[in-house]
Structures are given as structure tokens and as C-alpha cells.
Ligand binder design. Structure first.
Ligand code: ADP
Length: 281
């Protein structure tokens, strides 16, 4: 049978948990945490999809070494690309002619593409859909909350400094307004552990995530150190939970992810009829 013969008539998605990885600001490590979370859940045998809706700055292709991937399309339906042969990944980056091509779209066009990414992709049955969101609370956030419907949960990423915390409060207020429960806050870039002397320096102040958790009532899932290895792993397209799982940073991430996933268990894979059709890295 050819790939085309096995394509569904209509894309479908059934998802256990939909987790929006959000932040008030860019550059706080939201995409890195989304990629590590998706990879870690996949390593725990969950069926996972990773959807990158950061339309103006998609980072997921770079973080997973998928810069050259293009989505396979058949009659308006797309097959997600596979990372590690199992993690299903969709990003606007897979549709750009080059990674530095700018996307210049207004709200309705963004809404259209987010709807396509959810409804016209063969995701099949997932335990988790991890959504890497753009910073802030703009069009994309409204669209994804609307298209995914009820049942979305939020994981909010911040850095310790005051200016990021202010924006994160707006992010949490947005979730409240949209009835999206905030499952936890992750404080990233939280203290630099010197690889030479082992001493910790709080480059961006200290304790902001904890104060935010107390103020908003959302649990602080973990504090992730500022670790040059994260950037090296990101540039190599191999998230740190995969390439350096014993490092303190990977351990801190895994601790946070374990808390987030408590109580949910992987379903048996249902078999993928399109298995050998997906673009794979
Ligand atoms: P965002 O999605 O919030 O814009 P990214 O995940 O793209 O942020 O991260 C921005 C940059 O910071 C990337 O170069 C990434 O490798 C780096 N980075 C993220 N988290 C850490 C960390 N804990 N330690 C060191 N560098 C990090």
C-alpha cells in the first residue's frame, strides 16, 4: 500500500492532556522546556505530540535538529515529523522556505494555521499534546485555547528577575480569564553553578518563582539552573534530558516534569498506519 492510499479522509486528534507551555516574555527558555518536556514524556512511553505555534519565532525545529524537515502533505492533510521515531512534531518552521524567512500575517491568518495544525494533521491518539506558545497573550493564545477547546492546562515559565515576573503575572491572569488551570510554574535560568568552583551565583536575583507561586497559588514545580550545557545541547538539536540525563539541569527538569505528570499513565500505542510515511529525524 502506498502512503497516499493509507491517508485518512479527515485528520483527527484525541488527546489525554493538552499542556500549553507559556511565558510572559521571550527568551526565558519556554521552547527549551517544551522540547525537553515532550522528549522526556516520550522516553516515559507516553504518546506525545509537540505543536509549535510560535508563528513569528519557531524554535522547535532547531532545538530538535529538524531544520531541514518539511511536512508531508496530502490533500490538505499533514503528517507530523517524528523525533526519535516516536515524538510527533508540527511547527510553522517546517513550512518556511528557509529558517530566516519572516512570517508576516494578521490574526485571522494565524488563527487559520493553528486550526489547520490541530484539525488537519494526522496526530491520532496522544496521551499528551505539548504546545510551545509564543510569548505574551496575543492572537495565537486565544486561537489555540479556542481550537483545542476545554481541558487545556498551562505550564508557565519564568526567570527570577522582576521584569519577567511582571509579565508572567499577566500570563497567569490570562489563564484565569480563559479558565485554563495553571498546573505549575518553572523558574528557569535560576542561579549559575560554576563548573570550576561549584559555587552558585544568582545572576538574575533569587526567589522570584517562589514569590510568584505564593502570590498566585500556582505550584512552583522547579528551579532550573542557568547551564551552558543547555545551550550547547539546544544548538546540537539534542535536548539536555536526552543528551545529558544525569546532569543537575536535566535532573531538575525531570523532577518538575514528574510532578506535572503524576497520576497520568501511558496508554498502549494504538499502532500508526502511516508509520513509514512521516518525515523522521
Ligand atoms: P523562549 O522560547 O522563551 O524564547 P528559548 O527556549 O528559545 O526561549 O531559549 C532562549 C535561549 O536560552 C536559547 O539559546 C537556549 O538554549 C537558552 N537557554 C534556555 N534555558 C537555559 C538554561 N537553563 N541555561 C542556559 N541556557 C538556556
Amino acid at each position: 500500500m502506498t502512503c497516499d492510499q493509507r491517508l485518512p479522509q479527515d485528520g483527527h486528534i484525541t488527546v489525554g492532556r493538552r499542556i500549553l507551555v507559556m511565558s510572559g516574555k521571550g527568551g526565558v527558555g519556554k521552547s527549551s522546556i517544551a522540547a525537553n518536556l515532550a522528549v522526556w514524556l516520550t522516553l516515559q512511553d507516553y504518546n506525545v505530540g509537540l505543536l509549535d505555534i510560535d508563528i513569528h519565532g519557531p524554535s522547535i525545529p532547531r532545538l530538535l535538529g529538524m531544520d531541514d524537515v518539511k511536512l508531508s502533505q496530502y490533500d490538505g492533510l499533514a503528517l507530523p515529523a517524528l523525533f526519535m521515531g516516536r515524538l510527533k512534531v508540527v511547527s510553522i518552521g517546517f513550512m518556511l522556505s528557509a529558517p530566516d524567512t519572516p512570517v508576516i500575517w494578521r490574526g485571522p491568518a494565524k488563527h487559520g494555521v493553528i486550526e489547520q495544525f490541530v484539525r488537519h494533521v494526522h496526530w491520532s491518539a496522544l496521551d499528551y499534546l505539548i504546545v510551545d506558545c509564543p510569548p505574551g497573550t496575543g492572537d495565537e493564545m486565544l486561537s489555540v485555547a479556542q481550537v483545542l477547546g476545554g481541558g487545556c492546562e498551562a505550564l508557565v515559565v519564568t526567570t527570577p528577575q522582576e521584569v519577567a515576573l511582571l509579565d508572567v503575572k499577566k500570563c497567569i491572569a490570562f489563564c484565569r480569564r480563559m479558565a485554563i488551570p495553571v498546573r505549575g510554574i518553572v523558574e528557569n535560568m535560576s542561579g549559575f553553578v560554576c563548573p570550576h568552583c561549584g559555587r552558585t551565583t544568582d545572576i538574575f536575583s533569587h526567589g522570584g518563582g517562589e514569590a510568584l507561586a505564593t502570590e498566585t497559588g500556582a505550584p512552583l514545580l522547579g528551579c532550573i539552573p542557568l547551564d551552558p550545557q543547555v545551550a550547547v545541547c539546544s544548538d546540537a538539536g539534542r535536548p539536555v534530558v536526552l543528551s545529558a540525563p544525569d546532569s543537575p539541569t536535566a535532573q531538575a527538569l525531570m523532577h518538575a516534569f514528574r510532578t506535572l505528570s503524576v497520576g497520568t499513565h501511558p496508554k498502549k500505542p494504538q499502532g500508526d498506519p502511516y508509520e513509514d510515511c512521516h518525515p523522521t529525524v
